[in-house]
Design a protein around this ligand. Structure first.
Ligand code: ZN
Length: 685
């Protein structure tokens, strides 16, 4: 029996309080420690004796701590933060101690080397091999001085990554531009003015309003992005742009030395583990396998992206000239003029779509699609399990034979004071065949941040909100429709890091198709679906600017890969040279000499994307190609769509991390992934 669970096995959220955790966690930590110690004393080199036994030994603690982390994300307050601060060190210490355990590592190696290993199911073999790789990458196999150097580098890296992020944060905070006159705010629509007035209020201008200002511009993307798109004062756009490319590049917040040391330490760690570069170490556990595959992808997409991007820039110049702009376009003009061109060409703004997407209708459309494609029924089960907030919905998922497959929570609305931003999917439990033969079902949760219901109307969503729900539901489907009984590789578990976004991004494709768009939309007042004219404009806008956007993504992916594969070498002696090379190849306008983009590239220096930025496009290629199978079969043919959907469910969704992602993809598509569908869908080819 898990702690904090109802008799039916769901988390008993009302009982999960900081006080109850404070009472329970020390016991769970002690028990986990004792069980792991017993396992270390007599480890058996078998699946049950080593892998399962460790999962079991740590299960109650893992479950309870997972609840803490979840509640920190959705019910954040001082009491939960104090609880986290109090117990996190002990929990981290315990998990490091397990990861570094020599006896457990020896038992895992003995299991892999035992004669029976090859007879294990493929999923279990993959779990063992991935665990051995993780242990190797954590330096478990190193001895003596090498081990000390490795551990010292790891400690220093974690300090530097925090320092890098803090420098970016402080440098971002250090800049602000307060607009006080109507002339300075010219061009800003009411929604942006409200954003900027809120930012001014946060900075102490208590009386700031959207109508009268003052309006405060900062370098946070959510603010600087819309400002650069709308502000008519070119000199102010220039000031914001210049500040943003110079972030964290001057003392005392200069990230130049920090990132140099990070790269050197990563190279050193890779060398200690026997890899010629950090990129090769990182990719050893990914679907791409080696940097050559990433470079090949960049070359393949790069050609068409450059061709379309250059044409877009030429057309943007012409549009600006036609509209009275006589000078050469500078970097701070691009967002402004392309927003105006987009409006001129397609004539709608994302906000105007909201009335067409009331939340209940979108859910109906999404669940209808899941039934049609995968044969699953999603039914409301509100009240059957406790929830953490009254707005949270609870659902049950049944398979084609009516058997219950999974449950999930959906927490749709934003609660800025207590819930973190963005959207995410998480699994509180994975599918698992218990030692007594019973089957535990997946329990997923989806969190979004759309506008709550207001004025007697349901939550009205933008198309972006709709895509977000589809995206997270795609992740959840992989967890809920898995057919694997070992939680270590069921659903999204043990899926290679660069392939995880296949199942989620695949679902987003449906939000761009006329049929689903019609099914998802019902105007909140008239009950009408999206008119055909609007649908065709939405589809046109979807390929607007994709050339330049893809060039930008490719420049980041290339820079990241070069930094971790090539620097330092004769042609790229340092990080700045790698940045120059990537921008020379893919920037739409020549970058300013003082561009210091790398100094605020938190993804790769403090965000876990080192030698991994390419994954966005890698997974997108898989997702578009998977959707291409439905196009090949005939999107307007219900029988073909259903048959393809069942095949997708039986492969991508069912097999999860139990087989290599390349094999799973081949099982679905009948061939290796191809970038053609992505190029077609984004209008690049
Ligand atoms: Zn995702």
């Amino acid at each position: 029996m898990l702690p904090f669970a109802t008799p039916a096995g769901f988390p008993d959220f009302p009982a999960v309080t900081p006080a109850a955790m404070r009472e329970t966690l020390p016991r769970l930590l002690g028990e986990a420690e004792a069980r792991v110690a017993a396992l270390e004393a007599a480890p058996a080199p078998t699946w049950d004796g080593r892998v399962r036994a460790l999962t079991e030994a740590t299960r109650p603690l893992t479950f309870a701590w997972h609840l803490v982390e979840h509640l920190l994300g959705v019910c954040n307050d001082d009491a939960w933060r104090a609880l986290e601060e109090e117990f996190q060190p002990a929990v981290v210490r315990f998990s490091l101690r397990v990861a570094q355990s020599r006896p457990l590592h020896a038992a895992l190696r003995a299991l892999r080397d035992a004669p029976g290993f090859d007879a294990l199911p493929e999923g279990r073999r993959r779990v063992v091999e991935a665990a051995l790789r993780d242990a190797r990458d954590a330096g478990v196999a190193l001895e003596g001085e090498a081990r000390e150097r490795f551990v010292a580098a790891a400690t220093r890296l974690s300090e530097l990554s925090t320092k890098f992020a803090n420098n970016v944060l402080d440098a971002t905070k250090a800049f602000s531009l307060v607009l006080r006159t109507e002339d300075e705010a010219a061009g800003l629509p009411p929604s942006v003015r409200e954003l900027l007035a809120a930012s001014a209020r946060e900075a102490g201008e208590a009386g700031a309003t959207a109508e009268r200002g003052p309006w405060r511009v900062t370098l946070e993307r959510a603010i600087s992005g819309p400002f650069l798109q709308y502000a008519e004062r070119r000199d102010l756009r220039e000031a914001v742009y210049r500040a943003s490319i110079a972030r964290a590049s001057a003392a005392p917040l200069d990230n130049g030395p920090v990132l140099g040391e990070i790269l050197a330490l990563r190279r050193g760690q890779a060398a200690l583990l026997g890899f010629p570069t950090y990129a090769r170490l990182a990719l050893d556990s990914r679907m791409a396998k080696e940097p050559g595959a990433v470079y090949a992808m960049i070359d393949r997409i790069g050609g068409p992206a450059l061709a379309k991007g250059r044409a877009e820039l030429a057309s943007l110049r012409a549009f600006a000239a036609e509209n009275g702009f006589a000078e050469a376009l500078a970097p701070w003009d691009l967002a402004f003029w392309s927003r105006r061109q987009l409006e001129a060409l397609y004539g709608y703004s994302p906000e105007t779509l909201r009335p067409y997407f009331p939340f209940p209708r979108v859910l109906e459309g999404l669940f209808g699609l899941a039934r049609e494609l995968f044969g699953v029924a999603v039914e409301p089960a509100d009240g059957e399990a406790p929830v953490w907030h009254p707005d949270v919905r609870f659902f049950r998922v049944r398979g084609e034979d009516g058997a219950v497959l999974a449950h999930f929570y959906l927490d749709p609305y934003s609660r800025p004071a207590t819930k973190r931003g963005g959207a995410w999917m998480d699994e509180l439990r994975s599918r698992e065949r218990r030692p007594d033969g019973s089957l535990e079902l997946p329990l997923a949760l989806l969190c979004c941040n759309q506008a709550p219901p207001a004025g007697g109307r349901p939550s009205l969503m933008t198309l972006y909100d709709v895509e977000t729900v589809f995206h997270e539901f795609g992740h959840a489907l992989q967890g809920m429709l898995t057919r694997v009984d070992d939680p270590e590789c069921a659903g999204i578990n043990n899926v290679e890091w660069d392939a995880v976004e296949l199942a989620s991004q695949f679902m987003e494709n449906w939000c761009r198709e006329p049929g689903p768009l019609r099914a998802l939309s019902r105007h909140v007042d008239t009950g009408e679906p999206l008119p055909d004219d609007l649908i065709s404009r939405i589809r046109g806008a979807a390929t607007f600017g994709t050339g330049r956007a893809t060039m930008r993504q490719l420049s980041f992916a290339l820079m990241d890969m070069d930094l971790h594969e090539k620097v330092p070498c004769a042609e790229m002696p340092d990080a700045d040279a790698a940045q120059r090379a990537a921008f020379d190849r893919f920037a739409d306008l020549p970058p300013l000499p003082e561009n210091r983009f790398l100094r605020s590239f938190t993804h790769i220096f403090s965000g876990g994307y080192a030698a991994g930025y390419y994954s966005y496009m890698w997974a997108d290629i898989l997702a578009h190609d998977a959707f291409g199978a439905f196009e090949d079969a005939g999107l307007d043919d219900p029988a073909a769509r259903a048959a393809t959907g069942r095949r997708y469910a039986a492969t991508v969704l069912a097999l999860g991390g139990s087989r290599p992602p390349a094999d799973v993809f081949r099982a679905f598509r009948g061939r290796d992934p191809s970038p053609d569908a992505l190029l077609r869908h984004t209008g690049l080819a």
